[in-house]
Design a protein around this ligand. Sequence first.
Ligand code: MV4
Length: 455
Amino acid sequence: MCIGPPPSSQSYLLGDRLIEVAQRTGAQAIHPGYGFLSERAWFARAVREAGLVFVGPPAEAIEAMGSKTDARQLAIRAGVPVVPGTTEALRDADEAMAIAESFGFPVLLKAAAGGGGKGMRVVRERHELAAALGSAQREAKNAFGDDAVYIEKYLDGPRHVEIQVLADMHGTVLHLGERECSLQRRHQKMVEEAPSPAVSPALRARMGETAVAAARAAGYVNAGTCEFLLDRDGSFYFLEMNTRIQVEHPVTELVMGLDLVQWQLRIAAGERLPFEQKSFEPRGWAIECRITSEDPGNGFLPSTGRITHLHLPSGPGVRWDGGIEDGSEVGLHYDPMLAKLIVHAPTRALAIARMERALRELVIDGVETSRGFHLRLLAHPDVRSGDISIQWLEAHLAELTSAPPHEETVRLAAIAAALAAQHDRGLTSDTAHAARRDGTLEGWRAVARREGLRT
Ligand code: MV4
């Protein structure tokens, strides 16, 4: 069904249109996916009032978690640890200063209506506080129509670890372990994995129980995710709950061996969860790379065009959740994510190796993509050892985007250049024969250089 023209303001964001189309086709339920209307309480309510099933939590649970100050209050009442700070909007700069001095700088100002980083200001010194409060309030007013801003102690260099929750309508609430999501840029995650290299079975059990307590307190039903900051010393703090299925849910599916979207539908149909908490132990390791049409060499500028050639990786433990095919037009109307490449293997080292192999196998011609960036990222010793934080990626952007291409890419380019040169000119030089026989990178480079081709 065509919902409307490409701009989402005239199609995917028009709740009434979506409901009308659902009714016309005889659909019984609407799955809101991620983004668009997935976390709009008014849409969940409108779906219910139209006699359809919203595949997600009750509107009331979306509302309970929508205000970050209300969510903090709810968490505190449920015994869930939160970062030291307020649960009410700040009245003025004097109040902000008094609170900031009670736990010390740096502090973080956050929009109550926010989430995902909008309206956030890190304040490292006293004299910056008043101006930062004013600008955070203006940004919050602009973005959310609500200027309420609250304050927290700022944690330096934690990890972003989130817990997957599944709840049915009959009071069963389970957690499916964690995902490590620290590798992000400007609040856009680039790589996620499960389990987290920083989470022991004991910590998993404690964080999981905490997430279940938060979900219960919100009257949560269906799939949801509790976000935490995990400090170096092992202490963790609830940040917010995402009341939808998330982009990175496949890594949990692979290590836990179940289909989360199928369970979303079964829960929405009223089924009971037939699992016991103790049956959920992560098996092996899963990694997801978000393949986006962005140019990492050019500040991650969105890249547009037609996909002229697509070759997908395959093989055991390789999963491609994609939204493109040969001939697809990539425009600017939607998010730049083209696909998710997900791998599963017995250990983290094998999962990384499998992901590198799959990324090398992947060919997307026609638009710039994040493929090469992901190869460089996975080659970095800190990523390989799992020694990362939410600040890691942005701190290493320069070396990740200016470094020479991955060795395998250079090798393939050199081989291609040398073969092309031979083909074009009927070349049969000794160097070419030697390079072909040895297959060494330097050999191929030499051939390409002789032919005046850049490698
Ligand atoms: C924080 C924080 C440090 N200290 N709160 C970012 C968006 C929103 N979910 C909350 N966020 C943060 N809250 C305190 N007290 C650092 C972040 C943060 C962050 C969190 C998760 C994933 C990526 C992030 C990137 C920058 C900052």
